[in-house]
Write a protein that binds this ligand. Structure first.
Ligand code: NAD
Ligand SMILES: O=C(O)C(=O)C[C@@H](O)[C@H](O)[C@H](O)COP(=O)(O)O
Ligand code: ZN
Length: 364
């Protein structure tokens, strides 16, 4: 797969993706001009850390001559927290990590967000490399959004802190449990809705419910990542345009947090995409048929499309803390066609409640 490149105000970075990245991770760090006296801290989770490719990756860094330590956190979104972050800083200090040293985030989006947050804040910022290992991380590893959750809501503490590189080993995706693959497809489909109708139509015609061979996977991943890269390059710190990447997330994050992370991020975003398409229809921004197409393509990938039976006011309280809002009214990224998304800044709580309650009734 050809290397993609991301233009960033804090330094452009490559997105290297192929089937052998992790076994050559040390060589990739050398190729990034990482001095040999660099200390490297790998941050991963307890599941990934036990996988063969992770052990190979760590050995590859040691074989390249870097002083290396590996820190593991419990797998899952509960580790994206200040509490878990606070356990890691002392370990960086004890290892003698200096400003010139390097963090490698080896895992999915939770690890990329957490390790990136640690990199952004330790000693006021040290470099880090994203080494994504889930399908969903094709999204999370690009664009520099890093951070942790608060009990009050998703990603409420963080930064825009781009990596030095994204080193994506596609062979790691073959080990993904089916549910994790499906979660990642939600963000692939999202990228189709935002900026690639051909990708969306391909997934409509031939749902990708498990990891395909590289010949099929690579063009699809490239297309999805290019949608993200184009938007991030246009508005890296989400002053406006980048909000389109948040389609499905205004309701999705609330639903994800309400589920206490029993729903995966992709599953919650899938429900959010369906509900926000319905909101777009209610506002006259989207035709019913297209909203139905979005619902069907998600369902055909095994993703949930109906909201859980939650207390609306508790969902609304989580929507209230969404970072896109600029006033007492809510801001949503709403689809207007497959390939087009509008940012709508005057959404009332009442109109979203109507859509939410109607979706609950339809699901019965
Ligand atoms: N920063 C961003 O732009 C951005 C974008 C999208 C999502 N996110 C965040 O990403 C998180 C979701 O990411 P995720 O779905 O990758 O979750 P995750 O990091 O929790 O990984 C999912 C599960 O898969 C396991 N795993 C990871 N790689 C594996 C592999 N190759 N084989 C087998 N198991 C593997 C992990 O141990 C974990 O249990 C959420 O917190 C979300 O907010 C951030
Ligand atoms: O990169 C972005 O911008 C996104 O919105 C990508 C989302 O898929 C991702 O879940 C992101 O973390 C959500 O951003 P947030 O600002 O709503 O926390
Ligand atoms: Zn997301």
């Amino acid at each position: 797969m050809s290397t993609l490149h991301v233009k960033s105000k804090t330094g452009d970075y490559p997105v290297v993706a192929d089937g052998h990245v992790l076994e050559k991770l040390g060589e990739h760090l050398v190729a990034l001009n990482t001095p040999k006296d660099t200390r490297v801290t790998i941050i991963t989770d307890e599941t990934v850390g036990q996988l063969p490719f992770a052990k190979t990756a760590i050995q590859s860094i040691e074989d390249a001559g870097y002083r290396t330590q590996c820190l593991e956190v419990p797998a899952g979104d509960q580790s994206k927290s200040l509490a878990v972050a606070s356990t890691l800083y002392p370990k960086l200090l004890a290892f003698g990590m200096r400003r010139s040293d390097l963090i490698v985030a080896l895992g999915g989006g939770v690890i990329g967000d957490l390790a990136g947050f640690i990199a952004a804040t330790y000693l006021r910022g040290i470099a880090f490399v994203q080494a994504p290992t889930t399908l969903l991380a094709h999204d999370s590893s690009i664009g520099g959004k890093v951070g942790v959750n608060l009990p009050e809501g998703k990603n409420l503490v963080g930064a825009f802190y781009p990596p030095r590189a994204v080193l994506y080993d596609l062979s790691a995706l073959a080990h993904l449990p089916a549910r994790q693959w499906i979660n990642g497809m939600a963000e692939v489909i999202k990228h189709g809705i935002i900026g690639n109708p051909q990708l969306f139509e391909q997934l409509e015609a031939q749902p990708l419910t498990s990891c395909p061979d590289a010949a099929v996977l690579e063009p699809i991943l490239t297309a999805a990542m290019k949608v993200k890269i184009d938007v991030v390059e246009a508005d890296e710190r989400e002053a406006s345009r980048r909000q389109v990447l948040n389609i499905g997330h205004t309701l999705g994050h609330a639903i994800e947090q309400r589920s206490h992370y029993q729903l995966g991020h992709g599953e919650a975003v899938s429900i959010g995409l369906v509900l926000e398409a319905k909101l777009a229809v209610a506002r006259g921004l989207l035709d019913e048929q297209t909203a139905r197409r979005i619902e069907v393509v998600l369902a055909n990938h095994g993703l949930p499309t109906a909201p859980p039976r939650d207390d609306w006011n508790e969902v609304a309280a989580l929507i209230d803390v969404d970072k896109k809002h600029g006033s007492t009214l809510w801001t949503f990224a709403l689809p207007t066609a497959i390939g087009d998304v509008a940012i709508v800044k005057d959404v009332s709580k009442a109109e979203v409640e109507v859509v939410y309650q109607r979706a609950l009734e339809e699901a019965e």
